[in-house]
Ligand binder design. Sequence first.
Ligand code: FPP
Length: 227
Amino acid sequence: MLVNDLKHLAFIMDGNGRWAQRQNKKRSNGHNKGAKNARTITEYCVKIGIKYLTLYAFSTENWKRPKIEIEFLMKLLIKFLKKELKTLQKNNIKFDTIGDISRFSKPLQQAVLHVKKETSQCTGMTQILAINYGSRDEITRAVNRAIKKGKKVDEQDISNLLDTSNFPDIDLLIRTGGDQRLSNFLLWQNAYAELFFTNTLWPDFSIGELETILSKYRTTSRRFGAL
Ligand code: FPP
């Protein structure tokens, strides 16, 4: 299925922990499975012609989790980036991030910069990993940049000051895991996004379910406030 009118798709990949707990496994198993699924969904998205795919992998609020889980997620991110590079290059996918990566360890920061550099010439799709990302943090950083410039800003200026300045607004946001909230994710950029919530836990979210959501999305009339 070719999706022409969907430029930017975003996911809140929720439910890894519950997926693992339901099978009496450690939460880390759920995150491993979740990372694999991120790869599967990414490869599908590039195939159907989506130009930008944003994945919420670690929020500014996730630092409140137990230290052991944070450490696991940091290791997983490094592992994911190392493995992902081949997948990205094979599929002509450019890699980018949003969020403040300065809080991460040097090896993780270096891994991010390495994958960005090695995929900078890819043109098929841009995969954007939201890491240490929180919309309020992003907007606060943007406002401070504006203050530094010392002049009045309009909406376009704000868009240009956000981490997402190089990407279009979100067209479709999908959240797995049953909760119906935005959790501080792309509050500005989701202003006119279509929102889909599914009870499916992220590790179980399939290409088939994505196709069903995309079919519904394509029948939605998007008026952006006009008639
Ligand atoms: C939500 O599950 C998921 C996260 C906190 C992080 C998302 C991480 C992944 C999908 C794995 C890593 C992915 C990449 C791309 C490296 P949860 O722990 O909140 O699940 P729960 O709501 O069931 O507890």
